[in-house]
Design a protein around this ligand. Structure first.
Ligand SMILES: [Zn+2]
Length: 578
């Protein structure tokens, strides 16, 4: 008969060690989970996501993004720090596996660089749709690198192909045994087609890394779904750590009202977005509206990117919301009637139109959205709608923080007379959703990543005071060590087992507990309580035996020491004597 005992850290338990890259040199203790956000990555920042977690000696890299605001090697996570922190000779030895949560560039853009330039050759996992969408996203980013004439850190088209060949696709809820100890599983995260939350487990130590997620369904994707898991650690994104959003319908009405006002006045609408995700959501909304209004005003997608991703959306309809799945038997909702391809020469065309252009948030250094913005911003008839979140340093961020009349960038002056509308649409969960997920999973510890420092501090307070869970938000380079649960298997002698079933033992123990004022009186009446000695011998399994057996084993005589409780009056008397 085996008895399972629960041993909790820090004294004897295993620990999770988490590393949000940029790492400080840290020796990795296999008995902890250690997490480090990599330089300018997910720690107290929304940029390149990359978190390395060490669980029971296994090291998992969650996401491998780029920061679109930087150029060259600086835009990648500081991978070298992984080697410095682990002392490993190369990345394949340092990292047990890489898991990518979704195909947005801030989560995947650094992957070809890590595999083909840095030489990581171990397993890489992502969901089927993420794998399908990734080459398009990466190829788009590669063009940005070429346009910006990066002097270092570029990867080639062939690098993307070679990297993607190494990717092992994941299905939802599929349990994957990475090696004999490490298990991973993907859960539906909403957010973007193929986005997943990742569960990782080594022995009894378990954690979830959410990546980006949405707790409410939108027009085309369902809400995040996860099992109630026993977790030592939850690492959650916290982009909207303080925001509670209005209902989706109200947000949609507001957006349509702004677009309607602009195009009916003959203006042009620029919607800078990432290729995958929100574009599909907003297109569905506009396509419906155009149909109702019977408008012929063109809606354009810039480049082939979004049209291409629409093809994948159609193919991977099983990953969308239930409503879409049901309706697509009649008509594929990604077959947009009013949407057509945009040519560069259309920029100066007269008349109203709507244009979806990448990248979102309008990067300063590159991207078609920047080119169009330069042309359209000076007219007050036009409208620019910005996504809910724009990284600091981007034009989007400048436009959102006060309405500048003029923007000066790298020698270019742009007069900004157009209307600015901030989209309340976001594929990220709001603070209510984050709190709901944390409460639902009830992990022993929470780490916040992918957020801004003051907002994270606010959310940490809420998690600790309202949910009573220790919560951290490490900066990049900062390593956090979390105690984990560990179960030990041990055998018991026959005599000990017999003693467990002996009613007398239970009675005598309960009497003893009452006498000592033990708080174990809540024990269920059906539970058999027994007292034994745990024997730990080198190279042997743990064993529980009775006291008599121990005395016999040690070849010793039994000694009995009796204690007599001292009455309070006698203690006082003894004090007086001194
Ligand atoms: Zn994302």
């Amino acid at each position: 008969m085996a008895i399972e005992c629960l041993v909790l850290g820090p004294s004897g338990g295993a620990r999770l060690l988490l590393l949000l890259l940029s790492l400080s040199p840290t020796r990795v203790d296999p008995s902890r989970v250690n997490a480090i956000p990599v330089d300018a990555g997910a720690g107290q920042d929304v940029g390149k996501s990359c978190v390395v977690a060490t669980i029971g000696g296994r090291r998992v890299m969650f996401d491998c993004g780029v920061h679109l605001y930087y150029k060259g090697r600086r835009s990648y996570p500081d991978f070298e720090r992984v080697l410095a922190a682990t002392g490993a000779a190369d990345f394949t030895a340092a990292i047990s596996c890489v898991v990518i949560t979704h195909s947005h560039l801030d989560h995947i853009g650094g992957l070809p660089y890590f595999t083909e330039v840095c030489g990581y050759n171990g397993p890489i996992y992502m969901t089927y749709p993420a794998k399908a969408l990734a080459p398009m996203m990466l190829e788009d980013f590669r063009k940005v690198m070429v346009n910006q004439q990066w002097e270092e850190g570029q990867y080639s088209h062939e690098d993307i192909l070679r990297c993607m060949k190494k990717v092992i696709p994941l299905d939802l809820k599929q349990t994957v045994q990475v090696d004999k100890d490490l298990v991973i599983r993907a859960y539906y995260a909403g957010h973007v087609l193929g986005a997943a939350m990742i569960y990782a487990k080594v022995g009894d130590a378990a954690m979830v890394y959410t990546g980006d997620y949405n707790m409410t369904p939108d027009r085309h994707l369902g809400a995040a779904q996860i099992d109630r898991l026993k977790l030592d650690l939850l690492i959650t994104e916290s982009t909207y750590a303080k925001t509670t959003r209005d209902s989706r319908r109200a947000r949609e009405r507001e957006f349509l009202h702004a677009v309607h006002k602009c195009v009916s006045g003959g203006g042009k609408v620029l919607i800078p977005l990432f290729a995958v995700g929100r574009a599909q959501e907003l297109c569905m909304l506009l396509d419906d509206y155009w149909e109702r209004m019977n408008w012929k005003i063109p809606i354009y997608f810039s480049g082939g990117l979004t049209i291409q991703s629409n093809i994948y959306y159609k193919m991977l309809i099983g990953w969308t919301s239930q409503k879409i799945k049901d309706s697509c038997r009649m008509h594929n909702p990604f077959d947009f009637k009013h949407v057509c391809h945009f040519e560069r020469s259309f920029i100066d065309n007269p008349g109203p139109c709507v244009l979806f252009a990448t990248p979102g948030m309008i990067s300063i250094n590159a991207g078609f959205s920047f080119e169009v913005f330069k042309k359209w911003a000076p007219s007050e008839k036009n409208l620019v709608t910005l996504p809910g979140y724009c990284a600091s340093g981007s034009i989007g961020h400048k436009l959102m923080s006060g309405k500048p009349k003029r923007i000066d960038i790298e020698g270019t002056h742009i007069d900004v007379r157009c209307q600015i509308h901030q989209l309340a649409f976001s594929p990220h969960t709001d603070s209510k959703g984050i709190m709901n997920l944390i409460e639902f999973l009830s992990p022993k510890h929470v780490i916040l990543v992918h957020g801004e420092k003051p907002l994270m501090a606010f959310l940490k307070e809420r998690v600790e005071s309202e949910l009573g869970m220790p919560c951290y938000y490490p900066a990049n380079n900062e390593s956090i060590s979390i105690p984990t649960t560990q179960h030990h298997k041990m055998s018991a002698t026959e005599r000990f087992i017999t003693s467990c079933t002996n009613e007398q033992t239970k009675d005598s123990l309960q009497r003893r507990k009452l006498f000592c004022g033990s708080n174990m009186s809540e024990a269920n009446d059906d539970e058999k309580l027994a007292e034994g000695t745990l024997l730990m011998e080198k190279n042997k399994a743990l064993k529980i035996l009775c006291e008599d057996e121990l005395v016999q084993l040690l070849g010793m005589d039994r000694h009995v020491i009796q204690y007599e409780p001292m009455a309070a009056s006698r203690i006082a008397a003894a004090g007086e004597l001194e």
